[in-house]
Write a protein of this length. Structure first.
Length: 722
C-alpha cells in the first residue's frame, strides 16, 4: 500500500514538472512571437547588396567647325544579368540554348572562348597554345592530362548540362558557360554574349524577354573613326589598359576592362574624354530581388574641339604629297632597293595665338585602317607611324640665321647698316670655311636674302656660343613646345651637348652653330614657332591643338584655350625685327619660277630657307616664314628630307589659307556689296517715283525752266566725269 502511495506521489510530481516546463516554454514562445518579434524578424531577413559599375560614353573629338573626327556609334549588345538570371542550372541552360539558337539563326557571332571543337568527338583546337589550354583546365578544375572529352564531361557535370541535349547543343551551352566563368560573370559583372546585333535580333530577343530571364539588350557606344585622314598621329588611339599601367588606372577608380587613350589626344586628354562611371545598386532579401536602382548617374565624357579645320588639313597634306611626287628624284634619299624615300613635314600656326592650323607629315596613314594595317605600317621603310611634324629631328640650316641675326642686332654688335666683307672663303684660325657665293661688302638684310655664310660666321664669332645658345633658348630650341600631345625636345649645338654625344668640340663649331649646322636638331613644329616668334617681334607662343572643351552634347563650353606666352625677348633696339623682316621679305623674291612666285599675292611674305647637311650624301630642304608681313596671320615651316626646292610649296600654302580662312570674309564683303547695290536700286526707284510726281506737279511750268534744269543736270554729269 505504501509503495502505491509513493508511486502516486512520483507521478503527481512528474506531471507538475511537465506542466511547469510547458508553461515556461509557452511563456517564452509568446515573448518571442509577440514581444521580441521585430528583433527576430531582423535577424532572419538577411540582405545581400551588390553594386555594378556602368560605363560612361567617351567624349568625342571634333574639328574647329564641329565636324566629328572621332565619335561614338550606338550598337546593340545582348547581355546576361545575374540579378535576374536563374540560379537553377537546368533552367539557365535552357535560356542559354534558346539564346544561342537565335544568334546562330541570324548568323551573329557570340562569345565562345572554350578551346574545344564544336562537334563530337571533341578535340582541342589546333590554334590554341599549350599555355591557354592549361589555363582553361585549371579554370574548370581538371588536371593537365585531361582530354577534350574529359573537359566537356566536367563542364556538363558542373553546370548540369542534360544528356538529353545533342552533343552540339551541349557544346554550345558549355562554350557560353566557360566564357562566363572566364570573364568573371557575377552579380557585379554582367556578361556580354554578343554585340553588333541587327534590329531583327534585337526585336526577337525583346519579344521573348519574359521567357529569357536575365537576358537583356543594351545600347553600347562604340568608338568610331569618322574622319581618318586628318592628323591621325595627333588624334591617337584607344584600347584596353596595359598590364603595366593597371595600378595607376585602378588608383584613379577605373574598371580594369575600361577603354582608355593609348596615344595622341585620346591619351593626353584622357580624363576629359573618359567621363564618370555610374553605379547600380542591387539588393536581394531571402534570395529575392527587392530593389534595383542607379545610385550614381553616368556622366558622359567631354567633347574636345580642335584648332584644326579638316579641309585645310587635307589640303596641306595634299600640298606636301604633291610636291614630293612632283620633285621625286631631285637628290632625294633612296632605300636599299633604290626607291626614292618621300619624307617631309609641314606645320602652319595661327600667328596671333600659336594655335596649330595644320600639321602634314609624309608618309602618313588613315586612322580608320590603323588596326588592320598596323604590322605593315610598323615595317614600312618610310616610317608612316612617325609624326615628323613633332617628332622628326632635323638640322635647321640657314633658317637659324634669323636667330643669330636677332642676337647680333639686339646685343648691339651690329646694326642694319653694319657690313662685313665676303670673298667666298672665310678663314678661322687654321680652318677655311666656304660661303654660298662672293658677296663683297654685305649687311644683315642682304645676308638674310642671299644666305651669306661669311656674314654670319663673322657675327657668330663676335657673339660666341653662349650668347647664340641664349637666344636659341628664347626661341624654344632644345625645349618642348608645350603642345598637348607632346613632342621631342631636340638640342642646341653647345660644348655640353657635344660631350653628351661624345663628339669633339672645336673652336670652329661656334661658326657652324651660328648658321644652323653642327649638332643642332629641331622639329618642324619648333621651326614654325621660330617663324611665329619673329612675326610677333620676339614673343613666343606655345602651340596648341585644343581649341576648347565642351560637355558631351556641346551645349556648354567648359574651357576655352587661351594663348600662352612661353617666352619674350627683351628688345634693346626698336628696329631689330624690322631689319630681320626686311631681309626675309627680300628672300621671298629669290629665284622662284613664276608659278611659285610670292610677289603677286597682294601682300608681302617673309621667308628664310635652308639646305642643311643631313648626312655625308644628302641635304635636307627647309623653310620658315609668315604672312602678310604688315599684319601676320599665319606662320609656317616645312622640311623635305634629302630634297630641294621645298620653298615652292609656300605659295600653295598661302593660297589654301586664303581659300579656307578668308572665304567667309570675302562672302561678307560680297554680301555688303550686294546690300549696297540693293539700296542704290531702291534709292533710284524712289528717285524715279518722286521725279514722276514732280513732273505731274510741274505740268504747268514754263519750257524755259525745264531747259535750265536740263542744262544744270548736264553740267553736274560733266563734273562727275571729270
Amino acid at each position: 500500500m505504501m509503495r502505491n502511495i509513493s508511486d502516486y506521489v512520483k507521478i503527481v510530481l512528474s506531471v507538475l514538472l511537465v506542466l511547469t516546463c510547458t508553461c515556461f516554454c509557452a511563456l517564452r514562445l509568446m515573448k518571442i512571437q509577440v514581444v521580441e518579434s521585430d528583433s527576430y524578424h531582423k535577424d532572419t531577413s538577411v540582405q545581400s547588396v551588390y553594386t555594378q559599375k556602368i560605363s560612361a560614353t567617351r567624349g568625342e573629338i571634333i574639328d574647329v567647325d564641329g565636324n566629328v573626327i572621332v565619335g561614338n556609334h550606338v550598337t546593340y549588345a545582348v547581355m546576361i544579368d545575374e540579378a535576374n538570371f536563374p540560379s537553377d542550372n537546368q533552367k539557365a541552360n535552357e535560356i542559354l540554348l534558346r539564346l544561342v539558337q537565335i544568334l546562330s539563326d541570324s548568323k551573329t557571332e557570340w562569345s565562345d572562348t572554350l578551346p574545344i571543337s564544336l562537334n563530337s568527338p571533341y578535340r582541342f583546337r589546333v590554334d590554341v597554345s599549350d599555355d591557354e589550354l592549361n589555363a582553361m583546365k585549371k579554370k574548370i578544375g581538371v588536371n593537365n592530362y585531361a582530354t577534350a572529352d574529359d573537359c566537356m564531361e566536367i563542364l556538363c557535370e558542373s553546370y548540369e548540362i542534360s544528356e538529353n541535349y545533342t552533343p552540339r547543343q551541349q557544346r554550345m551551352i558549355a562554350g557560353l558557360r566557360y566564357a562566363m566563368l572566364q570573364y568573371d560573370f557575377s552579380m557585379t559583372n554582367k556578361f556580354q554574349v554578343a554585340d553588333e546585333l541587327s534590329m531583327d535580333v534585337v526585336t526577337e530577343i525583346s519579344q521573348l524577354s519574359l521567357q529569357l530571364h536575365g537576358v537583356v539588350v543594351e545600347q553600347i557606344p562604340e568608338r568610331r573613326i569618322e574622319i581618318g585622314d586628318v592628323i591621325p598621329h595627333e588624334i591617337g588611339s584607344t584600347g584596353f589598359i596595359y598590364a603595366e599601367d593597371a595600378e595607376e588606372y585602378k588608383a584613379k577608380g577605373y574598371s580594369m576592362d575600361a577603354i582608355v587613350g593609348r596615344s595622341g589626344i585620346e591619351k593626353a586628354l584622357e580624363e576629359e574624354l573618359q567621363g564618370k562611371e555610374g553605379t547600380r545598386k542591387i539588393v536581394f532579401e531571402k534570395g529575392e530581388l527587392i530593389s534595383d536602382e542607379i545610385i550614381e548617374p553616368v556622366i558622359s565624357g567631354n567633347t574636345i574641339k580642335l584648332t584644326i579645320n579638316s579641309e585645310f588639313q587635307r589640303g596641306l597634306q595634299k600640298i606636301l604629297e604633291n610636291f614630293l611626287d612632283d620633285f621625286s628624284g631631285y637628290n632625294m634619299k633612296k632605300d636599299e632597293d633604290g626607291n626614292v624615300i618621300n619624307n617631309g613635314a609641314l606645320v602652319v600656326l595661327d600667328a596671333k595665338t600659336g594655335a596649330i592650323l595644320g600639321e602634314a607629315t609624309a608618309p602618313t596613314y588613315d586612322l580608320k585602317l590603323y588596326s588592320e594595317n598596323y604590322e605593315e605600317l610598323l615595317n614600312d621603310v618610310g616610317k608612316p607611324l612617325v609624326n615628323r611634324a613633332t617628332r622628326g629631328l632635323y638640322r635647321p640650316g640657314s633658317t637659324f640665321k634669323t636667330i643669330t641675326a636677332t642676337a647680333g642686332l639686339n646685343e648691339g654688335l651690329v646694326t642694319g647698316d653694319t657690313s662685313f666683307y665676303c670673298q667666298r672663303d672665310y678663314q678661322y684660325f687654321d680652318v677655311t670655311f666656304s660661303c654660298t657665293g662672293y658677296h663683297s661688302n654685305i649687311g644683315v638684310k642682304r645676308a638674310l636674302m642671299v644666305s651669306c655664310n661669311s656674314y654670319f660666321y663673322e657675327l657668330s664669332k663676335m657673339l660666341n656660343i653662349d650668347k647664340i645658345a641664349e637666344y636659341a633658348n628664347l626661341y624654344g630650341i632644345g625645349q618642348n613646345t608645350g603642345i598637348e600631345t607632346g613632342d621631342v625636345v631636340g638640342y642646341m649645338a653647345t660644348p655640353e651637348q657635344y660631350e653628351k654625344l661624345n663628339v669633339e668640340w672645336t673652336a670652329g663649331q661656334v661658326l657652324q652653330a651660328g648658321i644652323g649646322n653642327g649638332e643642332t636638331m629641331v622639329t618642324p613644329l619648333q621651326l614654325a614657332c621660330v617663324a611665329c616668334t619673329i612675326a610677333n617681334e620676339g614673343v613666343r607662343y606655345e602651340p596648341y591643338l585644343v581649341d576648347s572643351i565642351w560637355d558631351y552634347s556641346q551645349n556648354k563650353c567648359i574651357k576655352k584655350t587661351k594663348p600662352t606666352i612661353a617666352s619674350r625677348i627683351d628688345l634693346q633696339y626698336d628696329d631689330v625685327y624690322e631689319t630681320i623682316e626686311q631681309g626675309m621679305i627680300m628672300a621671298s623674291g629669290n629665284s622662284f619660277p613664276s608659278k611659285y612666285s610670292l610677289q603677286n599675292l597682294g601682300y608681302k611674305v617673309a621667308i628664310k630657307t635652308g639646305t642643311p647637311q643631313s648626312d655625308s650624301h644628302y641635304q635636307d630642304s627647309v623653310f620658315i616664314g609668315y604672312a602678310p608681313t604688315d599684319d601676320p596671320q599665319i606662320a609656317f615651316a616645312g622640311v623635305v628630307e634629302g630634297g630641294e626646292y621645298s620653298k615652292y610649296m609656300i605659295r600653295s600654302i598661302l593660297e589654301l589659307y586664303d581659300k579656307i580662312y578668308n572665304e567667309d570674309e570675302k562672302d561678307d564683303e560680297d554680301d555688303d556689296d550686294r546690300d549696297n547695290e540693293d539700296n542704290d536700286d531702291r534709292d533710284n526707284k524712289d528717285d524715279d517715283d518722286r521725279d514722276n510726281e514732280d513732273d505731274d506737279d510741274r505740268d504747268n511750268e514754263d519750257n524755259d525752266d525745264r531747259d535750265n534744269e536740263d542744262d544744270d543736270d548736264r553740267d553736274n554729269e560733266d563734273d562727275d566725269e571729270e
